[in-house]
Design a protein around this ligand. Structure first.
Ligand SMILES: [Zn+2]
Length: 420
C-alpha cells in the first residue's frame, strides 16, 4: 500500500452528513437485517421489487430472505450493493449469500442492535469517525458521537393549516399572521441552535424546484391569510403556496446567516425510497440556485452530493462563488467512478478549504462504515494518481486528505475537535 493510502486508511474523520438513528432508537426498534437495506432497497425497487416488501410487518424473516435473494441477484452489481456487502462481510463475517446465510446474519444484526457498545465499535473503532452530523429531526442525540442538523422544509412546506400548527407546536409561538409566523420560525431556529444544531438543511429539491423567486411580504402574506382561513380539511395547492414558500426560504437563509450557521442544500440525484416521486431530477439542478447564491454573499452554502448529475455546473459554481462549499456526501455510493472523476476535477478547480470530503448519508451505522471504506479507497486512488502525474507532491496529497476528511469540517462548523 502506498504511504498516501496508508495515511488515509488511518485518518480519523469528521462525517458531515448522516441520517443515523440514535443507539437507543435502534435498540427500541430491535432493528433486524431487513431494517438495514436503505439504499439497496431503492435499487431492488428499481429492479422490480414491490415497494415495502422487505419492511412489511406481517412477513416473516424466511420469506423476506427469499425476496431479498431474488432481488440481490438482480442488483448485486451496483455500488449500493457493494457497500452493503462490504459492511455485512467486514462487520458480521457474512460469507454465505443464501437464504440460510441471511437468516443467520439476521440474528447477528438483531444482537448488534441490542449491544450497547455497537455504535462505539462500528463508528469510533472500525470507521475511525470522531464525530458525525445526523439528520433525524431531533436535536436529542448522543453528543459524544453526534451533532444534529435539522431539516427546515416543514417550516416552509405549508399547504394546510395543520402545517402551520406543527410549527406553532414546535416553536411554542402562536402564529395568526405572517409576521407572527416569522417570529415562530425564528424562535425555532434559535431553539435548535441552543440545543446544538450545527447547520440548517433545505431538502426541498425532493418536492419542488430549487429555483426561488423574490416575492414581497404582501404576496406571501396574501397566501398565508388564505391558508389561515382554510378549515382543517382544506388546503392550497403547491402552485398557490409557492410565493409563501419562496418568501420563507429567503427568511430561513437570512436568519441562519444571522445566527452564524451554514445552510446545507440537497442538490442533484434523488433517492427513490425517499422521494417516491419518480425522481424529478430537473427540480434539483444546481444552477437554479444562482439567484440565491448571488444575493446572499455572506451566507455559507454547503451544496450536497456534488450536484450529480449536474456536477459540471456544480464545479464551475463552486470555483467562482466564495460562499459555496462542496460536499461529497453520498456520491461515492451513487457512483464510485463519477466520484473519482469529480474529485479529480475538483482538485484542479476548487480551493481545498472549500471541500468537505465525506458524509455517509446512511440511516444505519453499518452503511456508514461500508461507504467510508469506499470513499477512502477512491480518495486514496485519486491522490495517488495526482502524485504519479506530478500534479501534487506526496505532502500536498496528504495535506489535502487531512483537510477534506477532517480539518475543514472542524474549522467550518466550529467544532471542538482536534485538527491533525
Ligand atoms: Zn441526506
Amino acid at each position: 500500500m502506498s504511504s498516501i493510502r496508508h495515511y488515509i486508511r488511518d485518518l480519523r474523520v469528521i462525517d458531515g452528513h448522516e441520517h443515523l438513528a440514535t443507539r437507543q432508537m435502534r435498540e427500541r426498534d430491535r432493528t433486524d437485517l431487513f431494517g438495514l437495506l436503505h439504499y439497496l432497497d431503492s435499487d431492488m425497487i428499481t429492479a422490480g421489487m414491490q415497494r415495502g416488501s422487505l419492511s412489511a410487518r406481517g412477513t416473516d424473516a424466511e420469506e423476506k430472505a427469499a425476496i431479498f435473494m431474488k432481488y440481490w441477484e438482480r442488483t448485486k452489481n451496483t455500488a449500493y450493493a457493494k457497500v452493503f456487502r462490504t459492511a455485512m462481510e467486514d462487520l458480521y463475517g457474512m460469507r454465505d449469500w443464501t437464504v440460510r446465510g441471511l437468516l443467520e446474519l439476521n440474528e447477528k444484526v438483531i444482537a448488534a442492535s441490542l449491544d450497547k457498545d455497537w455504535y462505539r465499535k462500528v463508528m469510533t473503532e472500525r470507521s475511525r469517525i470522531d464525530l458525525a452530523f445526523t439528520l433525524i429531526q431531533t436535536t436529542n442525540v448522543d453528543f459524544a458521537m453526534f451533532r444534529p442538523i435539522m431539516f427546515m422544509d416543514f417550516a416552509f412546506k405549508l399547504r394546510t393549516l395543520k402545517d402551520v400548527q406543527a410549527v406553532e407546536g414546535a416553536s411554542g409561538v402562536e402564529a395568526n399572521t405572517l409576521q407572527q409566523y416569522l417570529t415562530a420560525v425564528d424562535a425555532l431556529l434559535n431553539k435548535y441552535i441552543q440545543e446544538g444544531m450545527v447547520a440548517t438543511k433545505l431538502g426541498h429539491a425532493y418536492w419542488r424546484t430549487l429555483a426561488c423567486g423574490k416575492p414581497t411580504f404582501h404576496e406571501a402574506e396574501t397566501v398565508f391569510n388564505r391558508l389561515a382561513a382554510c378549515s382543517l380539511e382544506e388546503g392550497l395547492s403547491q402552485a398557490e403556496t409557492r410565493p409563501l414558500q419562496d418568501y420563507l426560504i429567503h427568511f430561513i437563509i437570512q436568519r441562519s446567516t444571522a445566527y452564524g450557521v451554514p445552510i446545507q442544500i440537497h442538490t442533484g440525484h434523488h433517492e427513490t425510497s425517499v422521494s417516491g416521486n419518480g425522481n424529478t431530477i430537473t427540480n434539483s439542478q444546481v444552477s437554479s440556485l444562482l439567484p440565491l447564491l448571488n444575493e446572499y454573499s455572506s451566507s455559507r452554502f454547503v451544496l450536497l452530493h456534488c450536484g450529480y448529475p449536474y456536477s459540471l455546473e456544480y464545479l464551475s459554481i463552486a470555483k467562482n462563488f466564495p460562499n459555496v462549499y462542496t460536499d461529497f456526501t453520498w456520491i461515492y455510493a451513487i457512483s464510485p467512478t463519477a466520484a473519482k472523476h469529480i474529485l479529480h476535477q475538483m482538485i484542479e478547480m476548487v480551493p481545498q478549504t472549500k471541500i468537505h470530503g465525506f458524509g455517509g448519508d446512511y440511516n444505519f451505522i453499518e452503511g456508514t462504515y461500508g461507504h467510508l471504506k469506499l470513499a477512502k479507497k477512491i480518495v486514496g486512488d485519486v491522490l495517488t494518481e495526482k502524485v504519479e502525474d506530478g500534479a501534487l507532491d506526496e505532502d500536498e496529497a496528504i495535506g489535502f486528505a487531512k483537510a477534506v476528511f477532517r480539518n475543514n469540517l472542524i474549522d467550518f462548523y466550529g467544532l471542538d475537535e482536534k485538527p491533525v
